[in-house]
Design a protein around this ligand. Sequence first.
Ligand SMILES: Nc1ncnc2c1ncn2[C@@H]1O[C@H](COP(=O)(O)OP(=O)(O)O)[C@@H](O)[C@H]1O
Ligand SMILES: [Mg+2]
Length: 149
Amino acid sequence: MTTFTSHSELESFNWAVEFSKQLKPGDTIAFFGNLGAGKTATIRGICKGLGFNGTVCSPTYTIVHEYPNNPPIYHLDLYRLDGSCDLEEAGLDRFLDSDGITLIEWSERLENGIGITYTVNIEIVNETERTITVLQKSPEQPELPELQQ
Ligand SMILES: Nc1ncnc2c1ncn2[C@@H]1O[C@H](COP(=O)(O)OP(=O)(O)O)[C@@H](O)[C@H]1O
Ligand SMILES: [Mg+2]
């Protein structure tokens, strides 16, 4: 678990640019935090760090934005989905199994058992201060060394 204290939107953005450097194709990052916590601001930094220079905004009404990038980026916002969300039922499970990077706002709506790589929890301390906590969920098993003959 790592924790970062941010004092501005720019600090959150810059932190996210750095955080993005450890991401690998196929990773899924679940964001938690209230409205205005800075989920989208942080995702902007991740997209920038991954090489995407276009516009990044919450796909609140469309649920998903796909950003052309290598690796591709899928930006989901589950805010408008009621209750806990079965991604398969919502037709969204294809993003989890993809080779892209999937960034999910309002992960409170996710059903349990989804293959998440990291959770990013953003807590509002005051108007400009945020506590960002990252948890790596399922660290990849190291490859077993080849048996020497
Ligand atoms: N330290 C900070 N980190 C991120 N955003 C901040 C911070 N301080 C203030 N803000 C403001 O909080 C708001 C965050 O908005 P947004 O990223 O859209 O939140 P969310 O997607 O979680 O609803 C922006 O208006 C931003 O300027
Ligand atoms: Mg948002």
